[in-house]
Every structure is written in structure tokens, then in C-alpha cells.
Design a protein around this ligand. Structure first.
Ligand code: FAD
Length: 396
């Protein structure tokens, strides 16, 4: 078995891993970034929506080929297909081309000095003196032992790093997604992302139409554990219900799993950190994890290097990364999870009623997990009795 040595080993070249590798390399560490696929960014399992702030926080600009379409409006449909249009003066989003976007973050990591090993599948961590000391991987048929002072697991929801290190095996709640990329469409307004909320579309989750241009869109949905059928069956029903999709060409079929139970309790150990989906760091209401993963990666990468320089890579020291992440993102994730649990108690009829009393800004606040207490209290104050009761439970 070949042995290589580094300061920081980052497993997974997604947005979280590449951001961690970039931050650690920029801080002067010898970083090895391990990615199982031949090229960072492919295959894509994503609806590809990201805010301008998310793109900028990745260190990138919204230019082709990283982005496909500017998004200026979100249209949220209630079960009865009444809709509310959401726009905001200080919000712009994009449909990404994630294969190029993820690769561009990986390129930034390499530019900062990280060593990239593609085609390298990590099979687990190894320990020395009882503590994680790096990972074992396979690269071109050869076993490689990557010894590191700090290992960062950024290997997605299934995270072999997390599981082989004896941390959480699974999440209490996940969304299972099915998605087609459809071509040959004639979309009226490709700058609008559509969201469909209600059990009639996607039990426990939502359906989406995210245009990439006037002819192409990612059309998918995610369902939670309260679903009764596979996600693909709901997607077929959703597609059949909308004449815009008649005769559309399926360009790509994909899907995936997003952990929506919130950030895991334990995301660091001695010499070990988890970031992104591996740590459950998505915003549960939307299932969005690109931006939070990038920010977690940056914080973890910097904290890992500070810990190495200070010669203390204990769980307690590395936990400073979590403390920093908690301040903004951790709170958003927690509050958003509470909104998910509140809305679980709403029937489709209740959602229809809610759609008649909720405002543009309030939907954004609930969806993003921002100012949720104040927003719920405001909606409660002017809602009919049943909705008031359902929402009041949130404030207890
Ligand atoms: C259908 C769907 C639609 C979504 N849409 C959106 C959206 O529109 N906007 C949004 O913000 N979020 C969206 N998400 C969530 C988003 O994709 C994730 O939150 C985000 O990709 C998390 O980034 P990450 O770097 O933590 O993990 P990932 O992007 O999953 O990256 C993990 C990386 O680790 C690599 N890897 C895994 N195991 C190993 C191993 N053993 N050895 C080496 N490498 C390994 C993988 O190949 C991958 O490159 C969606 C998710 C799904 C499933």
C-alpha cells in the first residue's frame, strides 16, 4: 500500500469539500482533495438553483458556462394551483450548470495549492492510537493510505468518512428526490422558478420546475418518509398534470437524497471534521445545501489549519468550527427544520387557506429559516382559527 502524507485530507470534491480544500490550502496547509469520479462536478444530482450570494461566496462570478439562466422570480403554487409570486430587490438567483460550477470551485482549490486526486474512492478512515489519522482509498487499482493531521469528510449524505469513523450512520429524516431534465419545452418565462407545495404533488416535500432556458428545465420533486409511493411515481403524475410537458424530451434522469432533519449533533471528532451534506447542513424547508456547504467548508478549512498550527486538533478545538457555523447557518437550519415540522400538520386545505393570508416576504422568511418566530407570530395574528392554532404550536 502506497503511503502519502499531508496536513489536511479532504474527502469529496463537491462544493463543501472543494471550499474546505481551498480555504485550508490558502492558509498554507498541504492539502490533498480526494474525489471518486474522474472529473469534479459530474455526474450531477441537483436542481441547480443558487443565489448570487452563494456564487460569490464560492469565489466565483455568475458567468457562462457556470450559470445557465438568471432567475428573478419564484412562483409558489398552493395545492389548488393558486400561486404567489416572490420577488425581492436584494435577491437574484441562477440556474447553475453544476458540472462546471463544482469543477470551478475545485479549480480554485488547486490554484490555492491543494493537490487533487481524482478517480480516488475512499473506503474509510484509519486510526492510530485510537484516533483518526487519515483515510484509505483506491486509486487506479492501487491502495493508498493518506495520512493527515486533520481529515475533513465532505463526501455527501452517505459519507463513508462519517460512518467508518463510528459517527451517525443515518439521518432521522430525509427527502428522496426524482428529477428529469426536460428539453423541447416552450416556457413563457425562464427567469421564474416554480415550487408546488402540498401532499397532492409531493407528500412532505415539494415539486419544482427550474428553467435552464426557455426550452430546458429541471423538473423534479422530493418526498419525505410519510410518502406512500416511490418519488418517481409522484413525478410521473406531476408531469402528466401539466400540458407544458406533453411531448417533452427527457435529457437526463437523476434524483438523490437530501438529509432534512438538520445538522447532526456530532460533526467533529479528534482530527476529524464533517462538512456539507455529510454533516446534514442543508436548509430543511428548501433542501438547499450548496451555499451552506460552501460556507461550512470555508470555516472548517480555516479552522483545521489554525488547529494544526496550534498543535491541538482535538474534537474540542475543532468544534470551534461548529460554534462559528452555528451563529448564522446553524440557527437558520434549526429554525427551518421547525417550520418543516409545523407544516407537517397542515392538510392541503390548510395550505390553500394559508396561501390566502401569507405575504411574499413571509414565504421567503419561512422557506429560508430567517426571522421565523416573528414571521409566524405575524401570520398567526391575522389567520383564521385553525391556521392560527396550527402555527401557534410553533411558538411554544
Ligand atoms: C435532486 C436534488 C436537487 C437539489 N437541488 C438543489 C438546489 O437546487 N440548490 C441547492 O442549494 N441544493 C440542492 N440540492 C442539495 C445539494 O445538491 C447538496 O446539498 C450539495 O451538493 C451538498 O454539497 P456537498 O459538497 O456537501 O456534497 P456533494 O455535492 O454530494 O459532494 C460530495 C462529493 O463527494 C464525492 N464522494 C462521495 N463518496 C466518496 C468517496 N467514498 N471517495 C471519494 N469521493 C467521494 C462525490 O463524488 C461528490 O463529488 C439538491 C439535491 C438533490 C438530491
Amino acid at each position: 500500500m502506497r503511503l502519502v502524507d499531508c496536513d489536511v485530507a479532504v474527502v469529496g470534491g463537491g462544493p463543501a469539500g472543494s471550499s474546505a480544500a481551498r480555504a485550508a490550502a490558502a492558509a498554507g496547509a498541504h492539502v490533498i482533495l480526494l474525489e471518486e469520479h474522474p472529473v469534479i462536478g459530474s455526474p450531477v444530482f441537483c436542481a441547480e438553483g443558487l443565489s448570487l450570494n452563494g456564487i460569490k461566496d464560492a469565489g466565483l462570478e455568475p458567468i457562462a458556462p457556470l450559470v445557465a439562466q438568471k432567475i428573478t422570480k419564484a412562483r409558489v403554487f398552493a395545492p389548488n394551483r393558486n400561486y404567489i409570486d416572490l420577488t425581492s430587490d436584494n435577491w437574484v438567483g441562477y440556474a447553475l450548470n453544476r458540472q462546471f460550477f463544482d469543477k470551478a470551485i475545485g479549480d480554485l482549490a488547486v490554484k490555492a495549492g491543494a493537490e487533487l486526486m481524482t478517480d480516488t474512492k475512499v473506503s474509510g478512515v484509519f486510526r492510530e492510537n485510537g484516533k483518526v489519522a487519515g483515510v484509505v482509498a483506491e486509486h487506479g487499482g492501487e491502495q493508498v493510505k493518506v495520512k493527515a493531521k486533520v481529515t475533513i469528510g465532505a463526501d455527501g449524505y452517505w459519507s463513508i468518512v462519517r460512518r467508518s469513523a463510528g459517527m451517525e450512520r443515518w439521518y432521522p429524516d430525509v427527502v428522496t428526490c426524482a428529477q428529469y431534465q426536460l428539453g423541447g419545452l416552450h416556457l413563457d418565462d425562464p427567469s421564474t422558478n416554480e415550487f408546488y407545495v402540498g401532499t397532492c404533488y409531493a407528500p412532505g416535500g415539494y415539486a419544482w420546475v427550474f428553467p435552464k432556458n426557455g426550452e430546458t428545465a429541471n423538473v423534479g420533486l422530493g418526498v419525505r418518509n410519510i410518502h406512500t409511493e416511490p418519488a418517481i411515481n409522484y413525478l410521473r403524475t406531476f408531469l402528466d398534470s401539466d400540458p407544458r410537458f406533453d411531448g417533452a424530451k427527457v435529457l437526463r434522469r437523476n434524483g438523490g437524497v437530501t438529509p432534512v432533519s438538520g445538522m447532526l449533533d456530532k460533526i467533529v471528532d479528534d482530527n476529524l471534521m464533517l462538512v456539507g451534506d455529510a454533516a446534514g447542513q442543508l436548509v430543511p424547508m428548501t433542501g438547499a445545501g450548496i451555499h451552506s456547504g460552501i460556507e461550512a467548508g470555508k470555516m472548517a478549512g480555516r479552522e483545521a489549519v489554525d488547529a494544526i498550527v496550534g498543535e491541538d486538533t482535538s474534537a474540542e478545538r475543532l468544534n470551534l468550527y461548529r460554534v462559528k457555523f452555528e451563529k448564522y447557518w446553524g440557527k437558520r437550519i434549526r429554525d427551518s427544520r421547525k417550520i418543516v415540522e409545523m407544516l407537517d400538520k397542515f392538510s392541503d386545505d390548510d395550505l390553500n387557506t394559508l396561501s390566502t393570508v401569507i405575504t411574499n416576504d413571509e414565504i421567503l422568511s419561512l422557506a429560508n429559516g430567517q426571522n421565523t418566530n416573528r414571521t409566524v407570530a405575524k401570520i398567526c395574528a391575522r389567520s383564521p382559527g385553525k391556521i392560527m392554532k396550527l402555527m401557534a404550536a410553533y411558538l411554544k
